[in-house]
Ligand binder design. Structure first.
Ligand code: SF4
Length: 88
């Protein structure tokens, strides 16, 4: 069984390489039946890339890591007017 990200750790307690690796594994292993289709995933992330609320991979409005948030098909952008939806 893969190690999961510890939700109780403070950033200062985490090994950065392990944290990033665990995050990437979590994204890669997200269930296929709930995953965003690849082109839509890339489109969402391009919108995040140009967004003023993105910082260090995290959305300042919701506190999510956007790559993890965007992989969830039913997820939405918390920005005004839902930037992912508005970008379609
Ligand atoms: S507000 Fe929306 S587009 Fe901007 S970083 Fe957050 S999720 Fe991405």
């Amino acid at each position: 069984m893969k190690e999961k990200i510890c939700r109780k750790c403070l950033l200062g307690d985490l090994d950065e390489d392990d944290f990033i690796r665990a995050m990437k594994e979590r994204i890669a292993e997200y269930p296929a039946d709930k995953r965003t289709e690849e082109n839509e995933y890339r489109r969402r992330l391009e919108i995040c890339r140009g967004c003023e609320h993105l910082g260090n991979g995290m959305c300042a409005l919701c506190g999510c890591y956007v790559e993890l948030r965007a992989i969830k098909r039913q997820s939405f952008c918390p920005g005004r007017g839902d930037k992912w939806k508005a970008g379609k």
